[in-house]
Design a protein around this ligand. Structure first.
Ligand code: BV8
Ligand code: ZN
Length: 245
């Protein structure tokens, strides 16, 4: 059972301004592989070599094979108690924003509604030519490649390495990081920028920084509280403890 400090519990008042940043680790207990985890990723390719515009130019079939593999995993599995606890937290706190680096859509499926998807959504496709967006499966597939009505190739609706994040979403994320009182960094290795800069932006204006991760990360030495463990265990324990207040 997890003991939470009075430092943290005393800050979690109903009108507290709370921001949560999640990474692939919160979906690990949904059996979705993380990026840099020990189990590595599919066919021992490094995501940085597949999740790039150059990789798609070079071999769109291979990139789509990887995304279809991951889309099937997303369909096969489901949000876990960590996602559900964050959806409960959003209902309890008036000023609560969830920022995610994840593309699996599990926060929405778990019931969260105020979500900033920094890196897009794997269950969406976007036409490279006309920008038309569609849900996974609505594309016109020919020889393992999806085509838009305008004839051009669809690409996965995610942000690749070297691509800039959707500016309005990034600006919203920076704004809430700069005005929050408590910032949770959950299940992220804190190495991918500009997302990894958000906790520092929150700390710079005096927010209380909490990290939830089974392992230490480059952020750990700079947080106010490190809750070492799995988010699927710690978050339900935290929401239960708060509801006792
Ligand atoms: C950009 C979508 C420039 C695709 C992804 C400085 C400024 C700006 C850019 C850079 C910069 N320095 C370097 C860059 C380039 C690059 C970058 O950061 N590279 C890194 C690798 C060094 N950044 C970019 O390219 C970004 N774009 O800014 O371009 C630019 C600027 C202006 C104008 C034009 C261009 C774009 C980054 C987005 C890339 N897309 N995903 C897809 O998914 O296919 S990133 C990818 O990594 C995922 O989104 C993932 O979420 C993200 C971060 O990884 P994590 O979520 O942290 O996952 P990871 O596996 O690493 O860690 C899992 C953690 O969970 C671990 O700590 C583990 O211990 C923990 N865990 C495990 N089990 C559990 C758990 N935690 C809790 N509970 C558990 N049970
Ligand atoms: Zn099109």
């Amino acid at each position: 059972m997890h003991n939470f400090s009075s430092n943290l519990l005393s800050r979690l008042k109903p009108d507290a301004r709370i921001v949560v940043l999640t990474g692939a680790g919160i979906s690990a207990e949904s059996s979705l592989a993380t990026f840099r985890g020990p189990d590595g990723w599919w066919k021992s390719y490094r995501p940085e070599e597949l999740a790039t515009p150059a990789a798609f130019e070079r071999d769109p079939q291979l990139v789509w094979e990887w995304y279809n593999f991951r889309r099937n995993k997303v369909r096969e599995h489901a949000p876990n108690p960590g996602h559900l606890a964050l959806a409960q937290m959003e209902k309890r706190f008036r000023h609560f924003t969830l920022i995610t680096q994840n593309v699996d859509g599990y926060h929405h499926r778990a019931g969260s509604r105020t979500i900033l998807e920094l890196h897009g959504n794997i269950m969406k496709s976007r036409c490279r030519q006309c920008g038309q967006e569609c849900e996974a499966g609505a594309e016109n597939w020919r020889e393992q490649l999806p085509y838009c009505k305008c004839g051009a190739l669809y690409r996965p609706g995610v942000v690749w390495f070297g691509e800039s994040l959707p500016l309005p979403i990034l600006q919203d994320a920076c704004r809430v990081a700069e005005t929050c009182e408590i910032f949770f960094s959950i299940g992220t290795s804190s190495v991918v920028y500009p997302a990894a800069a958000l906790p520092a932006q929150a700390a710079a204006q005096g927010a209380y920084i909490v990290e939830i991760n089974p392992e230490e990360t480059p952020l750990t030495s700079r947080v106010d509280e490190f809750l070492q463990g799995k988010s699927g265990e710690i978050l339900p324990a935290l929401i239960n403890r708060i509801q006792q207040e």
